[in-house]
Every structure is written in C-alpha cells, then in structure tokens.
Design a protein around this ligand. Structure first.
Ligand code: F0G
Length: 457
C-alpha cells in the first residue's frame, strides 16, 4: 500500500478533548443513541460529513482579509465569477449560501408539477427539492451501483439505455433537465466516466434535453477519470474538468465539498432566460446577485479554494487517504463497500453485525458502538435514514443497503488519526458479537434520522 503523505504542513492547530468511555456512554444515552444529538466537542474523530468541514489554506485565510463587503459589485464576486468560469465554462455565475439553495432556485424555476428529473442517484436535498415542485426524482444509475461487492471503475455511471427508455416512456416534454451527480454520493462516492458523460450528452442532444451536473465533488471525480480512463493519463485535472463540463448546460455546486470552504455554493448555467428568472428569485430569497447570501470574504475563499482543489498533489493525497483507511479495513476482513469511493469509506453493517436483525437497526447500532468505544462519529445510511414504515400495517420496507458512512473531512485529520480509526474499527469487528441492537422510541414524521431516539435492546 502506498502511504498517502501530506502535501502540506500544519500552521494552526485546534485542540480536541479526549473523553472517557464512561462519559461517552452517558452522552450517548442522553442523546437517545442518535449521534446528531451529541455535542461535537465530545467527538474525537468526526466523520459525520465531508461537507463544510475542510481546513482552509493560508492563502484562503489571507483572502478573507481582502473581503470587500460592498452590497453591490464586490471585487471578490468578480474574482469568484472568473474562477468559476475558467473551470466550469458556463455564462452565468450565481452565488448561493450552499448547494441546496442552488438546487431550490433551479428546480423552482424550471421544474413544473408532473415533471420528471432523472439523475444517476439524487442526493437527499436534490430529491427533496424536485419533489417539492410536485415532480418525480428518478434514479437511473447502472444496476451494479446497488451491489456492495461489485468492483467497477465507474460505478456512478448513468444507465444510458434505461435513460432512453425512461425518456420514451415519460416523453421528453416532461423532462426539463437530466442531472449527473459527480461523484455519486448516495451510491458510495463512486465516479462517473468521461465516456458515460459523452454518451449521456449524445442521447440528450437527440431529445433536446439539457444536462446539469451536481458538481459538489467534481475534482475528485476528475482525479478518478485521470486514474482510470487511459485517454486521460497525462491530461491536467483542469483540462479534464473543462471537457467534462463542456458536455453540460449548467451545474449546481455545494462548495462546502470541493470548494474547500466552510460555507458557500453556486449555480452556473448558459440559458439566458432561465438565468434571468433564477436571478429574480435569488434577489427575493437569498440576496443581491453579487453576493448571493454570502459575505464578500466567503466568495474570496471560494474563488481560491476552487483553484487549490485542482492541484494533483492535493488530490492524490485526498483520494489516497480515503483509500488508505478503506484498504486497512479491507485487509483485516472488515466488510466495506467496494470499490472505495472518493470522500468516504462505507461499512457494510449487515455483514459487520450479522447477529443484529434489521428491525434492530444494525447500522445505527454500529454508529453508537463506534462512538461509545472510540469517540469516532460516523453516520447511518440505512433503515433509520431511508426505511419506510406503513402506518396502516406497521410493516417496514427496508432499503437495499445498510451502511455506516465514514466521510473524511478535507485536509483535517492526520494519517495517524486515520490509522487510529482503522485500528479501532478492526478491534470492534473482532469482538462484534458484544454489540447489541437498538429499539426505536421516537420518530419524527419527516427526515427522522436527525431527531430519532433509541434505547438498547
Ligand atoms: N448534492 C450532493 C451530492 C451532496 O452530497 C450534498 C450535501 C448536496 C448536494 C447539498 O449541498 O449541503 O451545501 O446544501 N451533502 C452533505 C453530505 C450534507 O453530508 O453528504 P449543501
């Protein structure tokens, strides 16, 4: 295994408090075994999300001091606009405070009730924003994406055959746009190939349907293209990104991921009419078009982050660190989703804790055990998040996968801390039968995973 050595040195440190098992046990009970309810200060290694959790560089922090907080025409907006245009290439650049606002503005403008928006797999917020318009959010990823053991280089690809069948079945008039999520977060951070993007574009051209990217982790996706598609072995990441986005008509972006910032996002697109309507809505709900819900300094940090993220040394380290964790676990026989994705390692809880029935939430039980025993916080992606209970019969429809996502923040943890995570999980796996299941005691009507409460069986 190649050791992913850090292409940076540490200039500022943030102390983390160590807690005892006893303290964590008490906190866990108080939180109803729901890690969203545990204070972050009591977590040793926080792998809840890679969103908004990046460490900014000295150049980004220096940029904050150059923030121009003018209401209109801030110089940071022009710098940001130029950074976005030079990578993504679309005409209009509309800043938003984070990704879901870009989604909301796009879908509330172009998606009508009864419409359908296909995607490889919608992330929760894009799905919710499409459905909020009375439209259908359809997942059309290749079927291998649902098999945790299937090793494929581009498991995030769109199933182009099924997409064409869908267009014919629904009718192109009812599909205002098609999306591609790069990398495919809900399918394990798996990339989409350039070949698949090209084929999707050719198909959509035949039906005159626009293609948009959900571009949160675009640089990681481009790194995989360079690594896995022979045509691109010696192409710079920036050129790969430019080609990829040239096949689209626009994108939504949460810069909290590959923008390397703690807050920020944008929507970028070519269509003048759509851009005008979206800008009018932006002014109503978010802010003037040259700040879009952000401070000038935030725009500057984003402009600089978008350039830094394309650095190949950074990306090799980033993808390498996630892979390093995955490989340590895999070599010790811990069941994980394969291949290892770009931003996270996913533990297969059904196989990790086979003695816990699905009705007792094996993935949530694993999340609770990882915190109590080692102070590590992951997130359940399984029955608590996606299970649907029929109120009439009380029967639960279980989702395909029962996973724990360990999302790695960018440039935040040292390889030693990642090694600690691996060793902890391996130790827990060796005594896995000591982990017991959970019983649900409270469930909110919507997005219940944030507030659900449990007790041990
Ligand atoms: N699209 C994808 C693929 C995402 O992963 C996220 C956020 C969003 C859109 C929404 O962006 O949070 O800035 O509004 N994903 C985070 C996660 C929350 O933990 O995976 P946002």
């Amino acid at each position: 295994m190649k050791f992913p050595s850090e292409p940076f040195k540490i200039k500022v440190v943030e102390p983390i408090r160590r807690t005892t098992r006893e303290e964590r046990d008490r906190l866990l009970r108080g939180a109803g075994y729901n890690l969203f309810q545990v204070p972050a200060e009591s977590v040793y290694v926080d792998l809840l999300t890679d969103s908004g959790t990046s460490a900014m560089s000295d150049d980004q922090w220096a940029g904050l001091m150059l923030g121009d907080e003018s209401y209109a025409g801030s110089r940071n907006y022009y710098h940001f606009e130029q950074a976005v245009r030079s990578i993504f290439g679309y005409t209009h650049v509309i800043p938003t405070h984070q990704g879901r606002m870009a989604e909301n503005l796009l879908f509330s403008t172009v998606v009508k009730p009864g419409a359908c928006v296909p995607n490889n797999i919608h992330f929760d917020t894009t799905r919710a924003n499409v459905e909020h318009q009375g439209a259908e959010a359809l997942d059309v990823v290749i079927k291998e994406a649902y098999d945790p053991h299937c090793e494929m280089p581009f498991k995030g690809n769109m199933d182009v055959v099924r997409l064409e069948e869908t267009i014919n079945r629904i009718g192109p008039d009812r599909i205002p746009l098609v999306m591609l999520t790069i990398t495919n977060n809900s399918g394990g951070g798996q990339p989409v190939s350039m070949d698949n993007v090209r084929r999707t574009r050719v198909l959509l051209d035949r039906y005159r349907i626009p293609l948009f990217f959900d571009a949160c982790r675009f640089a990681e996706n481009c790194f995989f293209i360079k690594e896995r598609e022979p045509e691109f072995v010696s192409t710079p990441i920036l050129d790969i990104a430019r080609e990829l986005f040239s096949y689209g008509d626009g994108c939504t972006m949460s810069a909290k991921k590959d923008g390397l910032v703690n807050i920020g996002g944008f929507l970028s697109l070519n269509d003048d009419r759509w851009a005008q309507d979206i800008t009018n809505m932006l002014i109503l709900v978010e802010g003037f078009p040259t700040y879009g819900g952000l401070a000038g300094r935030d725009l500057e940090a984003m402009a600089r982050g978008l350039r830094e993220v394309l650095d190949e040394d950074y990306l090799a380290f980033r993808i390498g660190q996630v892979r390093y964790l995955g490989e340590l676990l895999d070599q010790a026989g811990v069941p994980i989703l394969k291949p290892i994705g770009g931003h996270a390692v996913y533990l297969n809880a059904k196989e990790f804790l086979p003695h816990i029935p699905r009705a007792q939430f094996p993935a949530q039980s694993l999340v609770a055990a990882l915190y109590r025993e080692y102070g590590i916080r992951g997130v359940e992606i399984g029955t608590v998040m996606f299970g649907k209970t029929d109120p009439a019969t009380g029967r639960t429809a279980y989702p395909e996968l029962e996973m724990v996502r360990l999302a790695i923040p960018r440039r935040v943890y040292t390889n030693m801390q990642i090694t600690y995570v691996a060793e902890s999980i391996i130790e827990l796996f060796r005594r896995r039968e000591t982990t017991c299941g959970l019983r649900l005691t409270y469930e909110a009507p919507v997005l219940c995973h944030f507030t659900a409460r449990f007790e041990e069986v």
